[in-house]
Design a protein around this ligand. Structure first.
Ligand code: DX5
Ligand code: ZN
Length: 222
């Protein structure tokens, strides 16, 4: 199993001080930066694009940037994010006309591809894609907003993905996104996740390092 990664979602950061917020959360022990891209079309909210990703790189952010695309269409924006310094690029299969092509496009542009599953999206999309993916992202809320309640039904799904990944024999990260806090992260880890997105739980806390430390301790004890 891969080492656990904590991925703070900057959706809950103070956007007026974004560079300093990302520096602070990385200094507090975060492993990767989760970057939520929303288009007010595929999801009912509007956030940030490649210019902001590039600005973080220019600011000096060296950590991997985990770009979660909640946009339709997907392919148009992939090369822009690759140029802007994205490390991982994940997308929702419902938002792409040609899922296999989008995965290849992400790879061709030097980024690591991942597929995202909404709470009600079946895992069948993995039947013919898992061998091309570096990450599977399971949504534990409906995408569009931070600060929502964790949907417990995703736990069974995490376990099902863990089984598929094990069978594949490939090194594929399993990431979970939505409603994760220090007091429920252990069950997410136990179900088989290794990458944990947390927005409001980290940026809404007064001490980022203490929150991340509590999350790691809960994972270690899971
Ligand atoms: C939701 C986003 C999440 C969100 C997580 O559409 O993909 O990354 O910011 O926020 P919390 O941890 O507050 O649920
Ligand atoms: Zn996200």
């Amino acid at each position: 199993m891969n080492p656990a990664w904590i991925a703070p979602s900057i959706l809950s950061a103070d956007f007026a001080r974004l560079g300093a917020e990302v520096d602070a959360v990385l200094a507090a022990g975060a492993d990767i930066v989760h970057f939520d891209v929303m288009d007010n079309h595929y999801v009912p909210n509007l956030t940030i694009g490649p210019l902001v990703c590039e600005a973080l790189r220019k600011h000096g952010v060296k950590a991997p940037i985990d770009v979660h695309l909640m946009v339709r269409p997907v392919d148009r924006i992939v090369p822009d994010f690759a140029r802007a310094g994205a490390t991982w690029i994940t997308f929702h299969p419902e938002a792409s006309e040609h899922v296999d092509r989008t995965i290849a496009l992400i790879r061709e542009h030097g980024c690591r591809p991942g597929l995202v599953f909404n709470p009600a999206t079946p895992l069948e999309y993995l039947d013919y894609t898992l061998d091309k993916l570096d990450l599977v992202l399971l949504m534990s809320v409906n995408p569009g907003f931070g600060g929502q309640q964790f949907i417990p039904g995703v736990l069974k799904k995490i376990a099902a993905v863990r089984e598929r990944v094990q069978r594949s024999g490939r090194d594929i990260r399993i990431e979970v996104d939505g409603g994760i806090k220090a007091d429920n992260i252990a069950e997410v880890a136990r179900a088989g996740a290794d990458t944990f997105v947390a927005g409001s739980a980290i940026f809404g806390s007064s001490d980022y390092a203490a929150t991340i430390k509590a999350m790691r301790a809960a994972i270690a004890a899971a």
